[in-house]
Design a protein around this ligand. Structure first.
Ligand code: SF4
Length: 76
């Protein structure tokens, strides 16, 4: 598994993550920020676990995020 942690309040709605993985990232019509589908809010972060094969794509989304608010880690 991989673990994604997303600091949503700092999102600037640039759409880069959505272009990389539209099944998981979507821009909210309410506030223009990205939303990580099926994630769970914990404090300031939205957390989600995905299968290992998502690692490359989600890492790419994290690298393309201009404000660096997506963190991707390998789970144990
Ligand atoms: S790439 Fe980063 S700043 Fe851009 S929409 Fe996604 S989370 Fe927000």
């Amino acid at each position: 598994m991989i673990k994604i942690a997303f600091l949503r309040r700092k999102c600037i709605g640039c759409n880069a993550c959505v272009e990389v993985a539209p099944e998981h990232w979507v821009i909210s019509k309410k506030d223009g920020k990205s939303y990580l589908r099926k994630s769970v809010k914990k404090g300031d972060y939205y957390l989600l676990e995905l299968p290992d094969w998502e690692h490359e794509r989600q890492t790419k989304a994290a690298e393309l995020c201009p404000v660096r608010i997506i963190r991707v880690e390998r789970g144990r």
